[in-house]
Design a protein around this ligand. Sequence first.
Ligand SMILES: Nc1ncnc2c1ncn2[C@@H]1O[C@H](COP(=O)(O)OP(=O)(O)O)[C@@H](O)[C@H]1O
Length: 202
Amino acid sequence: MSMNYTVGKPWSKKDLLDYLNHHLKESRVRHILGVAQAAKELSKLYGIDPDKVERAALYHDILKDKDKIWLVSYMRQHGEEPGEGLLAWKTLHAPAGSIFAKEVGGERDEETLNAIRYHTTGRPGMSLAEKIIFVSDYIEEGRDFDGVEQLRTLARKDLDQAVLASLLSSISYLKKRNDHVMTQSLEAVAYYTEVTERKDAK
Ligand SMILES: Nc1ncnc2c1ncn2[C@@H]1O[C@H](COP(=O)(O)OP(=O)(O)O)[C@@H](O)[C@H]1O
């Protein structure tokens, strides 16, 4: 089968699906489609363009199958220093994927690019699209962990609380394994703790 995608000209949903199907392993594509579905549903619920958020979802793990050396050199080729990401290289597919979406996929929407960039670590003050992608990654239908059903319910009720719960669950997993936790995620915890407490006080 031939690939018809172009470099730098905006990719349609079909271009993206073609690329994923040709370059990523099947289980990865299944996860990505699950995130796209969850993200579309949350977008409708929270009143944001579902097609735009779906595109971010389709891009989010596009470089997840690349190794550390590839990701680091890809970022540097595009003038970005991985920095702290070198201590947690499994987070690098997120910023690298955002570069890919812009340079290869011709994606110009900043919010979409940020949703891809911050989907693994999160960050303080995420936009609605960023939060939807961040949470959808945890609650897509293929995920199965203790508490996933509660998290799915929470995501529909209070997105900020769902972001916080997802962050805390990742951090506790990383700490158990003695893995580095990105500073941005800890800052996001502080931020969303405050946001959710402020809402509770009302
Ligand atoms: N805050 C963090 N700090 C450091 N590493 C992290 C952090 N969050 C996730 N990771 C690592 O990155 C990996 C990829 O996470 P994630 O992007 O959420 O997965 P996916 O994109 O495949 O759904 C995790 O398995 C974990 O090892």
